[in-house]
Design a binder for this molecule. Structure first.
Ligand SMILES: CC(C)(COP(=O)(O)OP(=O)(O)OC[C@H]1O[C@@H](n2cnc3c(N)ncnc32)[C@H](O)[C@@H]1OP(=O)(O)O)[C@@H](O)C(=O)NCCC(=O)NCCS
Length: 240
């Protein structure tokens, strides 16, 4: 039978926990006090609020997949990764995903696109995401697409997107969030069949979704495809 610890021992451990919390919060509390002294109560209050809650605004795109299992241009291959332990994981790193392994903890799947064996781009698919879930319980969230800088602007992201979504069951609802200032990503999606639903404003409180609103896109925000382009999709990039 387990014995209940004496009260003084329990309160000592509670004190230790409180001390630990205070020690961790000390730099933040010092900053808060300094801000209040130098910039006034309002500045300190908004600083406090910014640490407890977070407001993000992103364009949200949606696409219903049509299936068809499209093929890739010759020499292009796509590989999927389900965890850091994959023997080929260095290919995800070479495709720019080295800092993003934490996505695997969300059961995300990484895709790597290689051209003639060279990893040039990667992207992630999240089976569950609180924001995507709000947009529809069946939604699949694609995000963090990244193309190596020397390969950008030649349709790689568009072709990669078409391939990945074309291999999902027809009718899958895919959603993506794009930063308002990310003109390249918007231009790439403008050439895809995905459509922009609006501006998604998300209020997070203590890292949890608190409030979500879908607003109309403010005029002049959305970047369209450019009038001319240097190369066609599938054309080779520079020698690497
Ligand atoms: C966004 C990104 C993935 C696009 O990849 P990509 O292979 O270059 O995409 P595409 O070639 O399919 O389309 C890019 C389009 O953006 C255009 N573009 C590039 N930079 C631009 C800019 N600053 N402003 C407007 N358009 C821009 C290109 O000209 C091209 O359009 P065009 O073919 O009509 O000329 C790539 O730029 C990237 O990796 N960016 C950094 C990471 C990122 O922002 N990821 C998106 C997260 S949602």
């Amino acid at each position: 039978m387990s014995e209940t610890p004496p009260l003084h021992r329990r309160s000592r451990s509670l004190r230790a926990v409180a001390g630990d919390v205070l020690r961790r919060a000390r730099p933040f509390l010092l900053d808060l006090v300094r801000k209040g002294r130098t910039q006034g109560f309002r500045a300190a209050a908004s600083y406090l609020l910014s640490r407890v809650t977070e407001l993000t605004e992103n364009l949200v795109y949606e696409y219903r997949t049509v299936g068809g299992n499209p093929s890739l241009p010759e020499g292009w291959t796509v590989q999927t990764f389900h965890g850091e332990g994959d023997p080929d994981i260095d290919r995800l790193v070479r495709a720019g995903g080295g800092e993003e392994m934490h996505h695997f903890r969300r059961q995300a799947v990484a895709y790597v696109l290689s051209i003639d064996g060279e990893p040039v781009a990667h992207g992630w698919r999240y089976p569950w995401d609180p924001v995507a879930r709000w947009l529809g319980p069946d939604a699949v969230y694609l995000g963090s697409a990244w193309v190596r800088p020397e390969w950008r602007g030649r349709g790689i992201n568009g072709a990669f997107f078409a391939y990945v979504t074309g291999h999902m069951p027809a009718g899958t609802r895919v959603v993506m969030l794009v930063a308002v200032e990310n003109r390249a990503s918007q231009a790439s999606l403008a050439k895809s069949p995905a459509r922009c639903l609006g501006l998604l404003r998300v209020r997070m409180v203590l890292a949890m979704v608190w409030k979500i609103r879908l607003l109309p896109v403010p005029p002049g925000v959305l970047a369209g495809p450019r009038a001319s382009r240097a190369r066609e999709p599938g054309e080779r990039g520079p020698g690497v």
